[in-house]
Design a protein around this ligand. Structure first.
Ligand code: 5AD
Ligand code: SF4
Length: 440
């Protein structure tokens, strides 16, 4: 066998947790002599890191796999793997339907990838969709360190015990598990040594974080305050949260922890109490609104973000109006909205769908309102002074692009290195980003 690095192509679908997982998988396979490449052509291994959250996920994976037939025919040694939540949900069925797949690995088993890869090199198939006792991140072998930009994701919690009636996450990612505090701190310190200045803590239910440290139970707020003590780490964010886990100390941290950025993604899904109940959300619209009042009392300029589902089974026009009213009351700075899609195995999948034309129409109306709010929040930044962490060069010569404290993209004519955190005066608001000038 030659010593030239083998080429690994990873295609990532879905949420930021998958982005983080793909990086860890690349590191783990780095130890097996793989180097990540940007295209599937000429790769020695192709890994699809899949998402199962919405419609036709499995079908998309099968059609993507179909595209690799030519590559596999040209190079029979090419290994093809499916990871992520579709792998978890479909398991061995993937290899039955698409025999050219060599490896299927669920999201909790990535630390076993090196052994699994070795097995495929022996011409065997490798399948692992267990929920092992050990935490994958704490058993992942470290390969060579990838180059780092100034921002990074760090998964601190996985899984979900909430069982919203529409959601596959509790089935594909399993029960809520938190990584121990010391592991998180060590990883964060390592990232900062590599030049990272902003860390986004990730978890399916990140504010349900309960990590252990010396026999003590740490909530997310305590973890954030401890991370804020790391010199060189300037910004902390976290996503995604459930309203019922927004505890007092976490709300307080938004007011008194300077490094915690004024942006919060807090999905509510619907504004109708009847639908919230049918969704098994465990809170009412009013409770959500009161919660946001408390968060805004702690941090008045916080920009709220959320997720909505329209067309959930039994949703009437009146229920939908309640969602529109809630959106008006909150005034989101950013928001995501989806048409309900039945996910096999979830309780809501058994219920009849609402009229699909009505659901499409509601989605359009909701998105129009959310877009207006998003645009207004962006326009309101004009004239303000904000922090911007520069991430890359812009398209125009002499231009840099970064993210503001409120997570807006900001273009500035300036000559500063990537990774600079600077004060910027916002001077204009375009369709998808802000423009500004460097201060001081
Ligand atoms: N149909 C539509 N949207 C869904 N989401 C989760 N499950 C479904 C589904 N079955 C949305 C929710 C969640 C986001 C990540 O995806 O809004 O917050
Ligand atoms: Fe899914 Fe989020 Fe509900 Fe958990 S809290 S079941 S991840 S929507």
């Amino acid at each position: 066998m030659s010593d030239a690095p083998k080429k690994l192509y990873i295609k990532t679908y879905g949420c930021q947790m998958n982005v983080y997982d793909s990086e860890r998988m690349a590191e783990a396979l780095g130890g097996q002599g793989y180097e990540q490449v940007d295209s599937p052509e000429g790769a020695d291994m192709i890994l699809l890191n899949t998402c199962h959250i919405r419609e036709k996920a499995a079908e998309k994976v099968y059609s993507e796999l179909g595209r690799y037939k030519g590559l596999k025919a040209a190079n029979p040694d090419l290994k093809i793997g499916v990871a992520g939540c579709v792998a978890q949900a479909e398991g061995a069925e993937i290899m039955r339907r698409q025999p050219m797949v060599d490896l299927v690995v669920g999201p909790q088993s990535y630390h076993r990838l090196p052994e699994m890869e070795a097995k495929t090199q022996q011409g065997e198939k490798a399948l692992d969709t267990d929920f092992p006792e050990e935490l994958k991140f704490d058993h992942l072998p470290k390969g060579r360190k990838a180059k780092r930009g100034p921002t990074a994701f760090l998964t601190v919690q996985e899984g979900c015990d909430k069982f919203c009636a529409f959601c596959v996450v509790p089935y594909t990612r399993g029960a809520e598990v938190s990584r121990p505090v010391s592991r998180v701190l060590r990883e964060a310190e390592g990232l900062v040594e590599q030049g990272v200045r902003e860390i986004t803590l990730l978890g399916q239910n990140v504010n349900a974080y309960h990590g252990q440290e010396g026999g003590e139970d740490w909530g997310l707020a305590r973890l954030i305050r401890r991370l804020a003590e790391i010199d060189g780490l300037d910004r902390i964010r976290f996503t995604t949260s459930h309203p019922n886990d927004m505890e007092d100390d976490l709300i307080a941290a938004h007011g008194d922890c300077e490094k915690l950025m004024p942006y919060l993604h807090l999905p509510v899904q619907s504004g109708s109490d009847r639908i919230l109940k049918r969704m098994n959300r465990g809170h009412t619209a009013e409770e959500y609104l009161r919660l946001i009042e408390r968060i805004r009392a702690a941090r008045p300029d916080i920009l709220m973000s959320g997720d909505f589902i329209v067309g959930f089974p039994e949703e009437t026009e009146e229920d939908f109006q309640a969602t529109m009213d809630l959106v008006e009351a909150v005034n989101y700075g950013q928001c995501f909205s989806f048409k309900y899609s039945a996910r096999p195995g979830t309780p809501a999948a058994e219920r009849p769908l609402v009229d699909q034309a009505a659901a499409d129409n509601r989605l359009q109306r909701l998105q129009a309102l959310l877009t207006t709010q998003q645009r207004a929040a962006q326009d309101a930044m004009v004239g303000r002074e904000v922090g911007v962490l520069f991430e890359k060069a812009g398209r125009l010569p002499g231009q840099m692009v970064g993210k503001s404290d409120h997570l807006h993209a900001v273009h500035v004519q300036c000559d500063v290195p990537v990774g600079t955190l600077a004060r910027v005066r916002i001077t204009e608001s375009g369709p998808n980003s802000l423009g500004g000038t460097l201060l001081g």
